[in-house]
Design a protein around this ligand. Structure first.
Ligand code: ADP
Ligand code: MG
Length: 264
């Protein structure tokens, strides 16, 4: 028997979401969402407030447990395993934690640890969760801070930074976990308008350097410039999807036209 693993192909999806459903009580918030994300692809999730974007993103790494459907990362189901006799059961916590670490999430509110320096924020996860040596974590952390333009702030505390700088640290912190995919939930929505651009620029650089990303955003120019595909969610269902120019400008789907007429 050969021990050689199959070649990784850019055509094989990294992430597959299959008929995902989520209800809160009697309220069905996700009504059967399916999508796939290939390596290095950037997928934008767009839609009105309340359409289910955050719930979808949170289900991807089991911050919310889906009511039905499956999520596969590199072919491995997230959160569940099939035991003897074919019974599907929740994964043990340690294995779920390992799967979660493969998907880093950046939130609207960056929640840096206030009592740790910028570099400390970026090194804590790799040391504690990945078991990296502190020296290696710091060397990598400084590289990541350089990448987000904040190497000179390594020894500062978060409270000394602007919101845009804090969010760039949060992105570096997420990258430090060496995830297979980055998930962003409206990362610029809490920022003063003049600070939005510096965060979007970092995200655009990541997108262009081959980072696999799923991004919930209301920044239409970012969706147009950075995304390979955009998905429009309405009432917990995907109502349109495709290349940004198609979905945002050329689709004849009335719901897409209506959404993009009021979101430019
Ligand atoms: P979006 O991110 O697109 O604004 P959300 O996914 O946050 O939408 O919310 C979609 C719907 O699910 C909303 O009606 C919201 O009130 C509801 N919802 C989200 N989270 C919960 C929860 N934990 N409990 C109950 N309802 C929720
Ligand atoms: Mg949301």
């Amino acid at each position: 028997m050969s021990a050689v693993s199959p070649p990784v192909s850019a055509d094989v999806p990294l992430l597959v979401v299959d008929d995902l459903r989520k209800s809160f009580g009697a309220h069905e918030v996700l009504k059967g969402v399916s999508l796939s994300v290939k390596p290095s692809q950037v997928v934008g999730l767009l839609g009105r407030s309340g359409s289910g974007k955050s719930t979808l993103l949170r289900c991807l790494n089991m911050l919310e447990v889906p009511s039905a459907g499956r999520i596969l990362l590199e072919g491995e189901e997230i959160g569940f395993e099939t035991g003897a006799g074919g019974r599907r059961r929740p994964l043990p916590a340690a294995r779920l934690a390992r799967q979660r670490a493969a998907m880093s999430m950046v939130f609207q509110h960056f929640n840096l640890w206030p009592h740790r320096t910028v570099l400390g924020n970026v090194t804590e996860g790799p040391v504690q969760v990945l078991g990296m040596s502190r020296d290696e974590a710091e060397a990598r952390g400084l590289d990541l801070l350089e990448r987000v333009g904040l190497k000179d702030k390594a020894d500062s505390y978060p409270i000394r930074l602007s919101g845009g700088q804090q969010q760039r640290v949060a992105i570096a912190r997420a990258l430090a976990m060496q995830p297979k995919i980055m998930l962003f939930d409206e990362p610029t929505s809490a920022l003063d308008p003049e600070l939005v651009g510096e965060v979007l620029q970092v995200m655009l650089d990541l997108a262009r350097s081959g980072t696999t990303m799923v991004v919930v955003t209301h920044e239409m120019s970012f969706a147009r410039n950075a995304c390979d595909e955009v998905v429009l969610l309405e009432g917990g269902q995907i109502v349109e999807r495709g290349a940004p120019d198609f979905v945002m400008s050329r689709s004849e789907n009335p719901r897409a036209r209506q959404f993009f007429a009021s979101h430019r």
